[in-house]
Structure formats: C-alpha cells, structure tokens
Design a protein around this ligand. Structure first.
Ligand code: MGD
Ligand code: MGD
Ligand code: SF4
Ligand code: MO
Length: 756
C-alpha cells in the first residue's frame, strides 16, 4: 500500500454516550484499514472500547441495508428510492385520508440521540406528522431524570451530572459504567475516571443487586433488593436531617425552596423502617449518609437501574435532593450543570427564571396516561394500535428504533405491529421491528455521516465541542439521514412523492434564524436574517451541518457570525479535528435555573406526594418473591449489534444469572435451563449459576431474541438468545414520567429440561 493512497480521519464514535474519539485509517479503494482510539482527542485521550473499532464491520456488514425495501406479498424486495418514496407517499396519505392524522404515530429509538441528522431534522417530520401519538425509547430509559430535573431546576434538560474528575466520594446506584460506559454523564473512559477517584484517596460506593465489574472495582458493594432504592435514598435523607448533617452554602440557600418541607416529608423513612424492605442494614444506611456529609465533596449518581423502575422519578429526585442538602449541587466535585456548546433549554430564555416544567398536555386515548416531553409512554403503544375507536393508530413511522425487542410486553407489540395498515422504517437492518414495515428506508452507515453529539454533550463532565465530517462518501443515490427525514416531512406536509428535502430544510433554517434574531438576549438579536443565512449557506452548505453551525454560533461560546472573533463555529471545529475542550464544569446557579420561582424546588409537590406510594409499597415487599433485573455487556449494544461476528465470538451470551442458593432450591444446575414466567409472558433460557447476583434475583440481558421470520441478520440468528421484554409488563409504569418498568419484575423461576 503506497503511503499517498492512505489517509487518516478522525471521528467521534456514535455508539454510546461516551463520545470517544476514533482514529480511522482509510486505505486504497476507500477501504477501512484500521480503527483505534484517537490519542489526541481532547476528551477521550485514546480510550476506546471493543465496540468502537467495529464501525468498520458495521459499514461492511453485507446484511446492512443499502437499498430501500418494499414489502410485496409479505416479502421485502429492493426497489429504487423513487419507488420507495412513492410507496411512502401512498401509504401515509392513505392512512390520513381514511382515518385522519391522529391515526399516525411515530417511534424514535436510541441511536437518534447519537445522530446529527436526527438531532437536527427529527423535529420537522414529527411536527408534520400532526399527531400526538409520539413514542420513543426515552420512556424505557431516562424520562424520570427529565421529570425530576424539570420540576427541581426548571427544564427537561436541567439534569446535573456527577463531577467525576474532582469528586472525593461517589455513591452510584443502578449504573454499571464498566459495561455501559456511562449514561447522562458523558465521560469517555468512565472506568478510568472511577479508578482515578480511588487513586486520589476518594471512595466509591455502588448500590446494585448484582456484583458488577463496577461494584468489584469500588470500595463497597451494597446488594440492595431490586426496586427499593427509593426507600434507601429517603432513609439517607432522613439521617441527614435527623442528625443535623444538612449543610447548604449561602449562595445556594438564598435560591432554595422546600428545605424544611423535604425534611418533614422524609421523617417517616428511618433506616430502621426501610432495612427489611431494602435488605440494607440500618447501620449501613446511617454510615453512608454520614460519609456523604463528611466528604469534602461528594456526588450521588443513579441511572437505568433506578430510573426504569416503578419509582423512577422519585429516585431521580431523591438523588439530586441529597446532592443539594449535602452542599454538593453546582459545586466542583459535586453534581453540576454542563454548559453545552450548542446551547440548551438551560441557556435560552431569561437567565435564572422561566416557565418551569409541566406534563399532562393531553392524555393517551385508552389508558389515559399523561403526555410527558410531548410523548406518550411506549407502554401504551400496543393498546393504541389494537383498540378500536376514533384515534386508533393505523400508520407508524419508526426511525432508528427496535421497540419489538426493546420495549415492554414484546409479544403484544409484535402482534400489534402486524395489525397496522401502513408502516415505514428508517433503519440499517431488517430486524424484529422493521420486518413489519411496508417500506424500509436505509440510513447511511455511521462512517458516511458527519457527527456532533448534540444530545450527549449536554450532559458531559467537561464542556466539549467536537465535529466530525463524514469519513467515507455515501454510495451513489443514498441520501443523507437528514435528507431522508426532511423528505418524510415534505411528504407528510402534502408535497407529494417527489418532494424536495432541500425546500423543507431551507424553510427550517429560515425559521430558526428568524427566531434567533428576534430573541432578546440572543447573540444575534437584531441582526439581519439574510446576512446570517448567506453566512450559513456558503459553499452550498445545507442540512444538519448548517443547523449545527447556527446552534454553535449562537451558543454560549459562539462566534455569533463575526461578533465574537475566535468563537465556535463549524469551521472552527473543522480546524480542530480532535475537538475543543471548553473546560471543566463551572457553577451555573442561579443562571441555569428556569423555574417560575427562580429558585431550586427541593420539594416539588408532585414528588412529595409520591412518597405516600413509596411508603405503601414498603409494606408490600415480599422477601420470597423472585425479581427479574437486566444487565448490559460491554460487547453488546441494546438490540442491534449482534450481527457483528467480532463482537459475537467469545463469551457474549444471553443467559440468566441465578444465585447458587436459588439454583439449589429450584433444582437448576449451571448450564441447565430455567423457565422464567411473569404476568405477561414466559421464556426458557440457559442458566449461569453465580454469586454475582444477590439471592432472590434473576438477571437476563435485554436486546436478544433474534431470528424472527422475515428478518435479515445472518450472524445474529446463530446465537439468537431470548427477548427479556417478553417478560416486562406494560401495565406498570412510573406514574409521573410514564417510564417503563424494566427492573424488579416479579417472576417465577422453575427448572426445565430442554432436549438436545
Ligand atoms: N429489559 C430492558 N429493556 C430495555 C433496556 C433495559 O435495560 N432492559 N434498556 C432500554 C434503553 S436504555 C433503551 S435506550 C432502549 C433502546 O430502544 P430502541 O432504540 O428501540 O432499540 P435499539 O436496540 O437501540 O434499536 C436501535 C435501532 O436503530 C437502528 N440503527 C442503528 N444505527 C442507526 C442509524 O444510524 N440510523 C438509523 N436510522 N437506524 C439505526 C438499529 O438497526 C435498530 O433497529 O431499550 C430499552 N430496553
Ligand atoms: N455495552 C453497552 N453499553 C451501553 C448500552 C448497551 O446496551 N451496551 N446501552 C446504552 C444505553 S441506551 C444506556 S441508557 C446506558 C445505560 O447505562 P447504565 O445505567 O450504566 O446501564 P447498565 O449497565 O444496564 O446498569 C444498570 C445497573 O442497574 C442494576 N439494577 C437493576 N435493577 C436495579 C435496582 O432496582 N436498583 C439498583 N440500585 N440497581 C439495579 C443492574 O444490575 C445494572 O448493573 O448504557 C449505554 N451503553
Ligand atoms: S465507549 Fe462508547 S463511544 Fe467509546 S468506543 Fe466504546 S462504544 Fe464508542
Ligand atoms: Mo438508553
């Protein structure tokens, strides 16, 4: 290979929230030669996990869709883009003509959060849909954090992140960053940052029903009973108040509502009163509370294991309440607010005050679940499709989502999707969900797209900006992801099958610029719209990168189209391929607040009221009830990376983890099979007997159960596993957020004998 035909490209990995920098060697014929960690990346400094380098295999995967598919006589066949758009037009306008727009629905999945095209252009087709039936992976994930942050600090994006690099004490609940690399705490090499806490003499306590790698590498593992973290957290607060350990610096005290109310509301949750339900001894709870209070700096952090449970919002609130009353909110080493380069709802509007956060603008048709963040819970998707009546969902658009594997009561949703009149999916695989689609529109591979993690830099442990141009050119005819979404929007707006995505994009950017120049406090307030549009559109720039440029230029560090020389713009980021480090997090209160009171609401009434439900729940905890929890594996990514042989070879497997005491009692041997049954379903699965789970718990990873008829993932079917969401119950949600309950599911476990 001659040197001049080889080049090096830099690209942020889009696979998880850690945003690692990749160094990609491209050889002759535009072949990917090698992908490794970018040692010069300002944030990840060369760190990479086993998934990062698989962008090559993902790009080359023969099963990855490269041409649109249309279903004919039940079989997907390749068609031209023109033909596919005609089918989309006919399908969507048909549903609208027959049933009205409320019969349309949308589901957007997790990879949208790591996709620039989706970040900039999902809003336009979702709006054009003209239906309130919007669903997303957020309600099987993090919505409780938005609700709690919103009620306490004023916006859905007001989520503090633990200041990992400076904290002296980290109490971590329901998170396993050694497998997940962290979530709503963007921190490349999260494990390394945890190691550094201990190396500098700090302490890490992990609360998890499983002895995870994260727990093993910490100072203390608290093997809590699943689903009971709210009681544990309320008891920590109880101790802080009862022992007079509450300490809030004056800067925060003057902008704090509810300090007394919070104390009163947790008075009933003494450590002794919650010890049985949580299975955490009262002295342990007291000691952890005292340690939190005594540590020079401390942060409490909780993730999916305490969000995707019946008390998800309550848990998220109690965690940040502890951060507030121990004097650690908005303070280095505590829990802090990122100041994102693209801005967020915490940077727009009037600093320090706002409309606040609310939910319940509308309710779902069948179960009357309240709207949250403009969406209804995934829990109601199937019933909205299958229940007759006005407003019944008859048409569905999915973008980068696999709800048949990833959401509750998978069997029911699978059947419901088969019942739709029309479905279109934008995806890269023909999988358990997209097999139901009448039309599948292939998105470009990650290496063919540009990137900036708009969503996750909003919750990063440092302020970072990093833009990656596409590494490879798209195949001829393949539209960019934003073009697909803009075309969808145009068709939904009634522009017909030959709709022009550029027209939609032009209107969108004009509207955005118009709003920026009209907003007092905006860095371009009062400026000429055309001057800014010309600057944004130079060299024919369109689509996502143009929107990103506007967000950056008008953001907190922005160049503001010349008004702030040296400030951020896309061009500035192109000159800095390893990213720009905008520094460690800095205190942002009261400026970041958007509550109507202009204060931190420590005791929001809706959350305080939910404590009654928690207290009632404590009475019902049955120590003999087997509970199902999930788990993640470093080499797997939700439901969609099982088609890559590099990741599948070796130990990665879909098995149930069962404690030796339970295994003995149930007569199940290591390598044997168990039947796990919940209210909604039953699965048979191979068992690993291990004391890495506490007694009374069975752990099954999610994202498996491949091989359904009509899917096209030839590697994944070799080791299909079982779909753990056959067991999760859509009838139970966290009432405040609508978030699904994916953990602490009551199940029965019995031995089964599987022949062969
Ligand atoms: N039991 C249980 N269930 C869970 C969880 C759990 O812990 N336990 N976790 C939940 C969580 S946190 C989440 S976020 C959800 C995820 O839920 P989903 O987002 O619905 O599921 P994914 O498996 O992430 O599916 C992503 C889809 O996007 C496609 N895709 C990948 N890259 C691209 C791209 O660049 N463009 C397009 N258009 N498509 C792409 C994939 O092929 C796949 O179909 O699962 C949830 N489900
Ligand atoms: N390798 C890999 N990385 C990923 C993903 C992936 O699928 N694979 N998914 C990405 C996504 S979409 C997300 S949202 C993040 C999630 O990132 P994390 O929140 O770190 O997710 P998990 O690794 O599932 O860790 C959750 C932990 O909660 C524990 N748990 C379960 N129930 C309870 C409970 O009731 N109480 C307590 N205290 N703990 C409980 C589980 O045992 C598990 O160890 O990971 C992201 N990163
Ligand atoms: S940790 Fe996440 S962002 Fe980093 S290389 Fe792995 S998958 Fe990519
Ligand atoms: Mo997630």
């Amino acid at each position: 290979m001659s040197a001049d035909s080889t080049r090096t490209a830099f690209r942020t990995c889009p696979l998880c929230e850690a945003t690692c920098g990749l160094e990609i060697t491209v050889g002759p014929g535009e072949q990917i030669v090698r992908i490794r960690g970018d040692r010069d990346d300002v944030f990840s400094h060369g760190f990479i996990c086993p998934k990062g380098s698989t962008l090559k295999q993902l790009h080359e995967d023969p099963d990855r869709l490269r041409r649109p598919l249309v279903k004919r006589d039940g079989v997907h066949v390749e068609v031209s883009w023109e033909e596919a758009w005609r089918a989309v037009h006919e399908g969507l306008t048909g549903v609208i003509a027959r049933h009205g727009r409320e019969a349309l629905a949308a589901y957007v999945g997790n990879p949208n959060a790591h996709n620039l095209g989706a970040s900039t252009h999902n809003s336009v087709w979702l709006k054009a849909l003209g239906s309130r039936n919007r669903f997303s992976a957020s309600t099987v994930d993090q919505v409780p954090k938005h609700v709690a942050g919103g009620l306490m600090f004023g916006t859905a994006q007001s989520i503090p992140v633990p200041d990992l690099d400076r904290t002296d004490y980290l109490l971590m609940l329901g998170a396993n960053p050694h497998a997940s690399n962290g979530s709503l705490c963007t921190a490349p090499d999260f494990p390394g940052r945890l190691g550094a806490i201990r190396a500098r003499g700090g302490r890490i306590v992990v609360v998890d029903p499983r002895r995870t790698r994260t727990a093993e590498e910490s100072d203390e593992w608290v093997a809590i009973r699943p689903g009971t973290d709210g009681l544990f957290l309320a008891a920590i607060l109880n101790v802080l108040y009862a022992e007079d350990l509450v300490s809030v610096e004056s800067r925060i005290a003057v902008i704090l509502n509810g300090l007394v109310d919070l104390g009163r509301s947790v008075a009933r949750f003494t450590p002794e009163s919650v010890a049985d339900a949580t299975d955490v001894a009262a002295p342990t709870i007291r000691r952890i509370a005292r340690e939190l209070a005594a540590a020079p700096t401390a942060a409490v952090y909780g993730r999916i294991g305490v969000n995707a449970v019946e008390f998800g919002s309550l848990n998220a609130w109690l965690i940040d309440a502890i951060n507030v009353v121990t004097g650690n909110i908005d303070s280095p080493g505590g829990a802090m607010f990122t100041l994102p380069a693209t801005g967020s709802s915490t940077t727009r509007g009037t600093p320090g005050k706002g409309k606040g956060f609310s939910t319940g603008r509308g309710h779902s048709r069948v179960s009357k679940r309240p709207e949250v963040l403009g969406e209804y819970p995934t829990a109601v998707m199937a019933e909205e499709i299958t229940t007759p009546g006005v407003g019944r969902i008859r048409g569905l658009v999915t973008v980068a989502g696999n709800p048949v594997v990833s959401t509750q009561n998978a069997t029911r949703l699978d059947e419901a999707l088969a019942d739709l009149e029309f479905m279109v999916s934008v995806d890269i695989y023909l999988n358990e969900t997209t097999r139901h689609a009448d039309v599948v529109l292939p998105a470009p591979s990650a290496l063919e797209k540009d990137h900036f993690d708009v969503a996750l830099y909003t919750y990063a442990v440092r302020n970072i900006a990093n833009y990656s141009p596409p590494v490879l050119q798209r195949d001829s005819g393949q539209p960019d992801e934003w073009e697909i979404l803009a075309t969808l929007a145009a068709i939904l707006q009634g522009a017909g099958p030959d709709a022009d995505p550029v027209a939609v994009d032009d209107v969108m950017i004009q509207t955005m610029v118009g709003s920026s120049v009209a907003t007092p406090g905006s860095p371009v307030f009062g400026r000429d719209v055309d001057e800014i549009l010309v600057a944004l559109s130079r060299d024919g720039r369109r689509g996502s990168v143009r929107v990103l440029d506007l967000l950056l230029q008008t953001g907190p560090y922005g160049a503001a189209f010349g008004a702030n020389p040296g400030g951020l713009s896309v061009d500035e980021l192109i000159l800095n391929p390893h990213g720009i480090d905008l520094g460690a997090l800095e205190p942002r209160l009261p400026e970041a607040l958007r509550t109507p009171s202009g204060r931190i609401e420590l005791a929001p009434p809706a959350l305080v009221a939910d404590l009654d439900r928690l207290a009632a729940f404590a009475e019902t905890v049955d120590p003999d009830q087997m509970l199902l929890v999930g788990r993640r594996d470093l080499k797997s990514n939700n439901s969609w990376m099982h088609n890559l042989r590099v990741l599948m070879k070796g130990s990665l497997a879909c098995t149930a983890h069962l404690h030796p005491d339970d295994a003995a009692r149930l007569g199940i041997i290591d390598g044997g099979y168990a039947r796990i049954t919940s209210r909604v379903g039953s699965v048979d699965i191979a068992v690993e007997v291990t004391d890495a789970v506490r007694p009374g718990v069975v752990s099954v990873p999610h994202g498996w159960g491949h091989g359904a008829r009509g899917t096209r993932m030839s590697v994944a079917v070799e080791k299909p596993g079982v779909n753990s969401n056959i067991l999760t119950d859509e009838a139970v949600v966290d009432p405040l957020s609508g978030n699904g309950v994916l953990s602490a599911i009551p199940v029965s476990v019995e031995a089964v004998h599987i022949a062969g």
